[in-house]
Design a protein around this ligand. Structure first.
Ligand SMILES: [Zn+2]
Length: 316
């Protein structure tokens, strides 16, 4: 029974011919069921499931979930590696479209959540969720991150809508928001700007109650992400134009692959999740990966806090 594990197969990162990737040995090491073997954490790159396997077993392992492999050895809760999941989120007609990537396996999955509460209860528990919605709001006046984003974006500056000021956030109608802002800032609220209020409020309710969530939930603006992605050059065309879709799609396809875009496109109706919602979610995901890797930039740096202690910042 005791055969020596092939050195290569017990190395973290090894992927066998069935697409099963070795995440590494259990830490602290636990003995397996085969003589002299330790338990390794294996993940399936096809379906994302994780399970334990003896070191001697890794080479020929098939996924117990999607390839009818033998049952895996049980893992302890904290061995199931949830730390290497990142997510990008964009608002869409029916709620929030979330694209998540498992950095161990490269597997990308998508889901639409009808509200922010459900989004943040994501079963994958991403360690970084980059989301296209203002977090942290002023009582009066523009946020510095929005000002800097517009400067960066040049011709695309108009894609950064003014974030709501906190006193106007609870308004149920545009007219009411408009009145409040006029009283405080002497300016009204456009229909487009009011369009994001409901989603801003949704997330703000959660983050103001649990400000520590800001360690995982990071504000991004897709056009700023695309700017950084495109070697710090703003996109040439508006995102709703054919040329604009093509240039954004190119960046996404080059990094994440064209196939996954098609898979996600096929999964949702265009009227629920538009083409640019998908590209925007990928732009957020691209930034989430960079945040996870410690390579992301942020504006402004350092970031100011709002009246309730949330940071007002934008990542890219
Ligand atoms: Zn599988």
């Amino acid at each position: 029974m005791a055969k020596h594990a092939n050195k290569g197969t017990t190395r973290a990162g090894y992927i066998n011919r069935n697409g099963q990737i070795n995440i590494g040995r259990t830490e602290p090491s636990r003995a397996g069921t085969d003589h002299g073997q330790y338990i390794y954490i294996i993940k399936c790159t096809k379906c994302g499931e994780s399970y334990g396997a003896n070191g001697s077993d890794i080479f020929e392992r098939k996924c117990p979930f999607c390839q009818r492999g033998r049952p895996g050895l049980a893992l302890l809760a904290d061995e199931i590696n949830k730390m290497a999941i990142v997510a990008g989120v964009d608002g869409c007609k029916t709620g929030w479209v979330c694209v998540a990537k498992d950095l161990d396996t490269g597997l990308i999955t998508s889901e639409v959540f009808s509200n922010a509460q459900l989004l943040l209860q994501h079963k994958l528990e991403p360690s970084v969720t980059a989301i296209d919605i203002p977090i942290g709001l002023t009582e009066n006046g523009p946020r510095q991150c929005d000002i800097e984003a517009r400067q960066i974006l040049g011709p695309r500056a108009s894609s950064v809508f003014p974030a709501p000021i906190r006193p106007a956030l609870q308004s149920n109608t545009r007219q009411h928001a408009d009145e409040i802002r006029r009283k405080i800032e002497g300016k009204g609220v456009s229909a487009q700007a009011f369009g994001i209020y409901k989603k801003v409020l949704e997330l703000d309710k959660i983050l103001s109650a649990q400000p520590q969530l800001q360690q995982q939930v990071k504000e991004v603006h897709p056009e700023v992400c695309f700017w950084a992605w495109n070697n710090k050059r703003a996109m040439s065309y508006k995102k709703k134009s054919n040329d604009g879709r093509a240039e954004r799609r190119n960046l996404v396809a080059k990094h994440f692959g064209a196939e996954v875009i098609e898979d996600i496109r096929a999964k949702y109706l265009v009227k629920c999740v538009s083409h640019d919602d998908i590209y925007d979610a990928f732009a957020a995901l691209w930034t989430a990966e960079r945040i996870f890797a410690g390579k992301a930039g942020v504006i402004p740096d350092p970031s100011p806090h709002d009246a309730i202690g949330l940071r007002m910042e934008m990542w890219y």
